[in-house]
Design a protein around this ligand. Structure first.
Ligand SMILES: Cc1cc2nc3c(=O)[nH]c(=O)nc-3n(C[C@H](O)[C@H](O)[C@H](O)COP(=O)(O)OP(=O)(O)OC[C@H]3O[C@@H](n4cnc5c(N)ncnc54)[C@H](O)[C@@H]3O)c2cc1C
Length: 266
């Protein structure tokens, strides 16, 4: 029943300590209420990566959080931290009504601007003094959607300001930044989202906490010992333990299936 955070877990740094502190605090409170702990997936937040690395990889030297530790850096951006974590905070009762309403308003505005950019076709005569002219020949993008124009190198929403203002879609800088990033990097972001979804599927395959790794044929002694010591919660986590090969993960997955099949249906 102890929940630790910070140096005692092998990390160094203020943010690292604070990130673990909030997770430890939340889970201590949930435990006291007899509820299941909350797990932050690594594809959703740096807090998730930090905790997952500490649990699955252990530490030989003081651990610091670097963005390079994430395999989903296009998904874990500063501009969308609120989108990733506010709903979770709200569900835990940690985000008040006012903050949550502001969050909803921001993303409603992001969607509104995106819908406009997706649907509106550029007419040079609509905004003859648009700064866009300084970046490209406006007649060359006549009839293109504003979204397509925004994907061009060096074009920003500010270049389209007169058109956006005319249609009541000139949003504040935070919304504009979010819209620009999502449109400009959409292809790459979608690719990473697909990779994250694959990880989600593996994460959904839970490993029974009482699984006896020593009785599983085909696993090396080293892998058995590591899995028995770390006791990963799911197959994705098992695969991240150094030395646990994809083949070993498949064997564990097969064992779980066999166990489920053997279990009499209720
Ligand atoms: C000189 C120095 C400079 C640093 N500079 C930076 C920096 O610039 N940026 C950065 O990110 N990190 C920096 N760090 C690292 C950072 O300070 C630590 O990683 C972080 O504070 C660890 O937080 P913590 O809560 O785990 O431990 P601590 O902040 O050490 O908190 C532990 C607390 O437990 C208390 N305690 C200990 N034993 C007991 C007991 N038996 N009973 C009750 N209470 C007890 C201690 O008094 C202390 O208040 C620096 C560290 C040092 C030493």
């Amino acid at each position: 029943n102890l929940f630790h955070a910070g140096q005692i877990n092998g990390t160094t740094g203020y943010e690292e300590a604070a990130a673990q502190g909030i997770v430890a605090g939340i889970n201590a409170a949930l435990r006291a209420q007899g509820q299941e702990p909350v797990v932050f997936p690594r594809q959703e937040s740096y807090i998730g990566i930090l905790v997952d690395d500490l649990v699955t990889r252990g530490v030989d030297e003081p651990y610091r959080m670097f963005t390079s530790r994430s395999e989903f850096r296009l998904l874990l951006r500063i501009d969308n931290a609120d989108r990733r974590l506010t709903p979770r905070g709200r569900a835990l009762g940690l985000v008040g009504d006012i903050a949550y309403r502001r969050f909803e308003e921001k993303y409603a505005e992001v969607e509104r601007v995106r819908t406009f950019l997706r649907g509106h076709r550029f007419r040079p005569e609509e905004a003859p003094d648009a700064p866009l002219a300084g970046k490209l020949d406006p007649s060359s993008v006549k009839g293109h959607t504003l979204e397509q124009i925004l994907r061009r190198p060096a074009v920003t929403l500010s270049d389209l300001e007169p058109v956006l203002r005319k249609h009541g879609c000139w949003a504040n800088v935070v919304v504009r930044r979010s819209v620009e990033i999502e449109i400009r990097y959409e292809g790459y972001i979608q690719q990473q989202a697909r990779d994250a979804a694959k990880l989600d599927r593996l994460s959904a395959r839970r490993i029974p906490p009482d699984l006896d790794y020593h009785s599983i044929d085909g696993l090396s002694r080293e892998v058995r010992e590591k899995l028995s010591r770390i006791r990963p919660q799911d197959l994705a986590m098992a695969g991240r333990i150094p030395g646990v090969t994809p083949a070993a993960v498949s064997i564990v997955g097969l064992q779980i299936e066999l166990r489920q099949r053997k279990r009499p249906s209720p």
